[in-house]
Write a protein that binds this ligand. Structure first.
Ligand code: PMP
Length: 427
């Protein structure tokens, strides 16, 4: 058995910061990241053999828990037939058909390998389709690490206090307009002034990269409204919310038909797979049909497609999302109760299988609200929970996830751990 500390020291020799994605580094919560060796159901084990109840789920994909037997079997069967072809396969059609059947807004879809590729490609497509250059995004929303989206972004950029990345050319950043989330007036004023230049408005329809922030119904309606008026495309970035907040994604909950949707995480069942799709007329602008280029050696990878298909089939079963949402609701209610008993200023909420916990009196509805929460207290809570064997996202700016593998016993043990952790914050 190897200690997390010695692995972290070794990792830092040849991997910047010792991690292959920044938020894994425990940068804001401090301490040594746990190096994970194994996952099964609701649990992960670190390199020291310690078991944790996991509420990260690989940052969202593992809606069925770790190493679900049906997903593993699908991956094994696909793998023996070859890892990659770079040629079309029948399974890709099956996944495309399934995604289009589940999402009425999706008439055509293209598979890619990461959420970043999905949003980057959707933006290029929107620009190619409209012949316009500007895009609108919201402060605190993260849409992957393509240049034009790394302006006032969430997730690791917030965690490390550098919301706009270095290395993004000013000319690119200048075409990105950043607005406050949930601010209808600012949205309308922006489109009044620049509507005719805007190719797309991209949004996390339920934000999860500045912690969980829900949009107001007025904000949701205004986004569709300004896009309709201006001819800009509305892109719902559902990489996180897609098949996570409900069977019809955030757009189903909102009753909104976006022009384009990006998907990732759950649709790949834990393998590198993502997708973007939407209106046929727009999607037909993609090469080889149209002038907008987009491609990928591993796009539609057969092993990833097999994992995605197996996952999508299981989450399509009747009652799946009701059961999942009940777990997240139970967790949030229990945490709120435990915090209250300990006299903590705390709130929590969930949508489907996604949840947010905040050291603030009310659930935030803006980036400014999130920033006003007591992040130092979150960091102490995080470590207290980790010591109790509960693995939460290592940042106050990330949403958490439950899976169908979390049992009542898991939830109860998490809540009693939380009771002890809240009590320790007082000490
Ligand atoms: N969009 C959203 C809403 C996301 O949450 C993420 C990843 N957390 C991305 C895009 C980027 O996806 P990936 O990390 O697969 O590139």
């Amino acid at each position: 058995m190897t200690s997390n500390q010695s692995l972290f020291e070794r990792a830092r020799q040849h991997i910047p910061g010792g991690v292959n994605s920044p938020v894994r580094a425990f940068g804001s919560v401090g301490g040594t990241p746990v190096f994970l060796a194994k996952g099964q159901g609701a649990y992960v084990w670190d390199s020291e053999g310690r078991r944790y109840v996991d509420y990260v789920g690989s940052w969202g994909p593992l809606i069925l828990g770790h190493a679900h037997p049906a997903v593993i079997e699908a991956v094994q069967q696909a793998a023996v037939n070859g890892l990659s072809f770079g040629a079309p396969t029948e399974a890709e059609i099956e996944l495309a058909d399934l995604l289009c059947a589940r999402l009425p807004s999706m008439q055509m879809v293209r598979l890619v390998s990461s959420g970043t590729e999905a949003t980057m490609s959707a933006l290029r497509l929107a620009r190619g389709y409209t012949g316009r250059d500007k895009i609108v995004k919201f402060e605190g929303c993260y849409h992957g690490h393509a240049d034009s989206l790394l302006v006032k972004a969430g997730s690791g950029l917030l965690t490390f206090g550098n919301p706009s990345s270095a290395g993004v050319p000013a000319a690119v950043a200048n075409d990105t307009i950043v607005l406050p989330y949930n601010d209808v007036e600012a949205l309308k004023a922006c489109f009044d002034a620049h509507g005719h230049e805007i190719a797309a408005l991209i949004v996390e329809p339920i934000a999860g990269n500045m912690n969980l922030v829900q949009p107001s119904p007025a904000f949701v309606a205004a986004m569709r409204g300004v896009c309709d008026q201006s001819g800009a495309l509305l892109i719902y970035d559902e990489v996180m919310t897609g098949f996570r907040v409900g069977a019809g994604c955030a757009q189903g909950l909102h009753g909104i038909t976006p022009d384009l949707t990006t998907l990732g995480k759950v649709v790949g069942g834990g393998m590198p797979l993502a997708a973007f799709g939407g209106r046929r007329e727009v999607m037909e602008k993609l090469a080889p049909l149209g002038p907008v280029y987009q491609a990928g050696t591993l796009s539609g990878n057969p092993v990833a497609v097999a994992a995605g298909l197996a996952t999508m089939k299981l989450i399509g079963e009747a009652g799946f999302f009701d059961r999942l949402a009940a777990k997240a609701t139970q967790l949030c209610a229990g945490l709120t109760e435990a915090a209250k008993a300990a006299g903590e200023t705390f709130s929590a909420q969930s949508v489907g299988g996604m949840f947010g916990v905040y050291f603030s009196a009310h659930c935030p509805d803006s980036y400014a609200d999130v920033m006003a929460s007591d992040r130092a207290r979150f960091n102490r809570f995080f470590h207290a929970m980790l010591e109790e064997g509960v693995y939460l996202a290592p940042s106050a700016f990330e949403a958490g996830f439950v899976s169908s593998a979390h049992t009542d016993d898991d939830l109860e043990s998490t809540l009693s751990a939380a009771g002890r952790a809240f009590a320790r914050l007082k000490a």
